[in-house]
Design a protein around this ligand. Structure first.
Ligand code: ZN
Length: 461
């Protein structure tokens, strides 16, 4: 039963995404330059990434096929300024633009296009996530859900969280002085030789999914084990770290056993763990994590929430941090509500997760769990059902609330209004004010790393 459900979901996810899957979850289009800026649907993205070790340079040529749902200026994102852009074979340009609520920035093509299918080619220098040291190279695409524009757009031309994209990469290291490289990524890797790699990622991935870490061969100890899934699959688990790699892989197996027992088959084909020092917390990717030993449980649970069922926008990020934090706190139950928040009541263009998710989000789930328990129900059993029904899809707070209400039979509208949306009562206007970072204590699983600290994690230390 579990096997067939998982297999059919997997097959469905591989073959049947409609061209406009998820586009209805995009933020609103907005007026731009006398016309309209339009969120688009990426269908395929191919990234050719070249590193030149001698010249200490890296560049990317990206080919993106997308559908523009209505006439206007297509929106995508890339923080770097492109060296060149072409649309349908003709040279074009783009401009970095703030959204109408000034919550974030996006890249908008200067040219207006007609609705339909188009091909964008972008060439840019890759400078973030690349480090050349003593004739060697390290490169990684680290991300964070807690900072604006901190997903794939830091490194590559990308769409947004609502958009599921069939992504492929061709990776080449040139002038490597005989050195070979090892690429770790959460896709299917074909290695031509020690410097040339191709990756095909599952096509349910979004801009938050990709794990990518390129290092000189044998530069870090690793521990590989096979985890036998409850559905019969052999799932390769690799932990690599200068700390105790076998300790990380053993912890992963322990967590996988717990999570599969609670929530069903692990929804990814492999597990990669980049083990980092105590206090560095972690970050989740699909079937992968950069994590301290103590955060492995929190981060691997994110392979079900956040990177199995995936947030479609900033206003849905809280769901996953609330779930992973609820597990961190041993699935505590209460019969009293926590504090009011507007975790899902921010601007529709906001792209980061409200940090209240960890504490107040967890408190909200604990309260739902307590009330379900009184009705002879279980929030954990709901989650098991929710993950299996929604795996490989993008999620909004509205859909999550709807799932929870259907399962429990409870009317949660006024609770969501008060504790999640920050609406004080019927018709009350929503405050757009964002919680200041300093107002929310740090979460032990997601400490706030500086750019410098993140850069340092390119090289295992
Ligand atoms: Zn988390």
């Amino acid at each position: 039963m579990r096997l067939s459900l998982f297999t059919s979901l997997l097959a469905a996810s591989l073959i049947s995404f409609s061209a406009l899957a998820g586009i209805h979850q995009a933020p609103p289009n907005f007026d731009y330059d006398g016309g309209k800026a339009i969120f688009v649907d990426f269908e395929t993205a191919h990234y050719a990434i070249t590193y030149d070790v001698t010249q200490k340079k890296a560049w990317v040529v990206s080919e993106i096929n997308f559908t523009l749902p209505e006439n206007g200026h297509p929106i995508y994102d890339l923080i770097s300024v492109p060296e060149s852009e072409t649309i349908d074979g003709k040279a074009t340009t783009s401009t970095e633009v703030s959204d109408p609520d000034r919550q974030s920035k996006v890249r908008v093509l200067d040219q207006e296009l007609t609705a339909g299918k188009h091909t964008l080619i972008v060439r840019h220098r890759l400078t973030e996530g690349v480090s050349f040291k003593r004739g060697s190279l390290a490169s990684a695409f680290w991300m964070s859900d807690l900072t604006d524009r901190d997903y794939l757009e830091q490194y590559l031309p990308s769409s947004f969280e609502y958009d599921q994209v069939a992504m492929t990469m061709h990776v080449e290291v040139r002038d490597s002085a005989g050195k070979t490289y090892q690429l770790r990524a959460n896709g299917k890797i074909t290695q031509t030789n020690g410097t040339v790699f191709d990756i095909t990622f599952p096509n349910f991935y979004t801009t938050s999914s990709v794990f990518f870490h390129l290092l000189p061969s044998n530069s870090v100890p690793s521990s590989s084990v096979i985890y036998k899934s409850i559905d019969g699959r052999d799932i390769p688990v690799e932990a690599y770290t200068k700390l105790n790699a076998p300790e990380f892989s053993a912890r992963a197996v322990q967590v996988l056993t717990e999570l599969e027992k609670d929530y069903g088959p692990f929804p990814h084909e492999k597990v990669i763990i980049y083990g980092t020092a105590k206090g560095t917390g972690g970050m989740e990717y699909c079937g992968a994590t950069i994590s301290s030993l103590s955060a492995v449980g929190h981060e691997l649970f994110h392979s079900y929430n956040a990177r199995g069922v995936m947030p479609a926008q900033g206003n849905s990020g809280w769901i996953d941090e609330a779930m992973s934090s609820w597990r961190d706190y041993d699935y505590v139950q209460t019969l009293t509500p926590g504090a009011a928040t507007q975790m899902a009541g921010h601007s529709k263009w906001m792209r980061l997760t409200d940090r209240n998710a960890y504490g107040k989000g967890k408190d909200f789930l604990a309260w739902i769990a307590g009330r379900m328990n009184e009705r002879g129900q279980s929030l954990k059993l709901f989650l098991r059902d929710y993950f299996q029904k929604n795996v490989y899809t993008t999620m909004t707070t509205e859909l999550f609330q709807d799932s929870l209400e259907r399962y429990s039979g409870m009317d949660l509208q006024s609770d969501f209004n008060q504790y999640i949306y920050g609406k004080r009562g019927p018709g009350a206007s929503m405050q757009q004010a964002q919680e200041k970072d300093s107002a929310v204590p740090p979460n032990p699983f997601h400490p706030r790393l500086t750019r410098q600290q993140v850069r340092a994690l390119l090289w295992p230390n």
